[in-house]
Design a protein. Structure first.
Length: 76
């Protein structure tokens, strides 16, 4: 997996969990996250950190967080 690091605005919930709100791309584009559908860690090592399944418009996408860094998978 080729990682593309992005800036993410997120909300911290009362239980300490992070809920991503917006993705800021390096060229200035901003993607608003309509909803977080799911979050999980990999049990088989297929990705690093936490994977968030998010809804941008009507498309489901993956957003990843490892420590304090956020990334998406590069499109070939």
């Amino acid at each position: 997996m080729i990682k593309v690091f992005v800036d993410v605005e997120c909300k911290t919930l009362q239980n300490g969990a992070l809920r991503p709100q917006k993705i800021h791309w390096s060229d200035g584009r901003v993607w608003i996250i309509k909803r977080t559908l799911h979050s999980c860690t990999s049990s088989e090592g297929e990705f690093e950190g936490i994977r968030y399944t998010i809804l941008i418009g009507s498309a489901e996408k993956y957003l990843y967080r490892t420590g304090s860094k956020w990334y998406v998978e590069a499109v070939p």
